[in-house]
Design a binder for this molecule. Sequence first.
Ligand SMILES: O=P(O)(O)O[C@@H]1C[C@H](O)[C@@H](CO)O1
Length: 297
Amino acid sequence: MDQAATSSSSSSSSSSPRRYTHEEYKETADWLLAHTEQRPKVAIICGSGLGSLADLLEDKTVFPYKDIPRFPTSTVPGHAGQLVFGKLQGRECVCMQGRFHFYEGYDIQTVTFPVRVFFLLGVETLIVTNAAGGLNDAYNEGDIMLIKDHINLPGFAGQNPLCGQNDERFGVRFPCMSDAYDRELRALARQTAEEQGCGGFLQEGVYCMVAGPSYETIAECRLLRTLGADTVGMSTVPEVLVARHCGLRVLGLSLITNMTVTDYDSNQKANHEEVLQTTRNRTQDLERFVSNLIAKI
Ligand SMILES: O=P(O)(O)O[C@@H]1C[C@H](O)[C@@H](CO)O1
């Protein structure tokens, strides 16, 4: 049985979520600190097909997830499954080339395990990226959306990684989320996009997380639009909740890899191949954008 399936079968009940102790997070962080001299202040989580961001790093040290104590493994095409330390624009960074999703069978605490490890490494800023479906009619496939807010649909149903006993060493019991996506970082991102000449395809809006793995029905897309969502995806929100809980600054970026289907006469069908193809088409612009942005952080 693979790790995701094992994890799911041993701890899928939301009333008894799988908890890691502070010591367990620290053991993983200490293992990494003992195996690299890099001390990154910025962490990047790469979304589906966006792992090439990590290829930009110089002076790289690469750790396959399977070699890192307690790290889960990635099971989705487009998620390589390694942690890459290195320098981008002279800044030390750590990059997750491959993330963990709830729909892979991981419980929500496992999905977010790396974020607390980053905190214990000394990371202060998290850049989280994803591939997402566009709901807003004004958006186009290939646009980049700065996330200014999110809707945590699985959270409405009890799937919040902060459920369970709170450890004050990470953060408070009831963290605020109205300022989850850092205003100053978003301003820097807009400035960077203008300077780079790609302001025309930079959007700013609300990301809605669904559990997946099935894509949304037409009625669901219409509902999400009514709720105020501009994009929909299957990740990011749990990582952001845990990052904000422990005080990391967060910048979130969605690449609109497909426009969602909201018309019953449409023959379009969402599919992961299209998602990956759009990321391939847009990867260079996104890489340049993140790289120029990191220089300003
Ligand atoms: O990891 P992200 O959120 O970028 O991946 C998206 C959501 C699903 O994992 C997949 C669907 O195509 O892409």
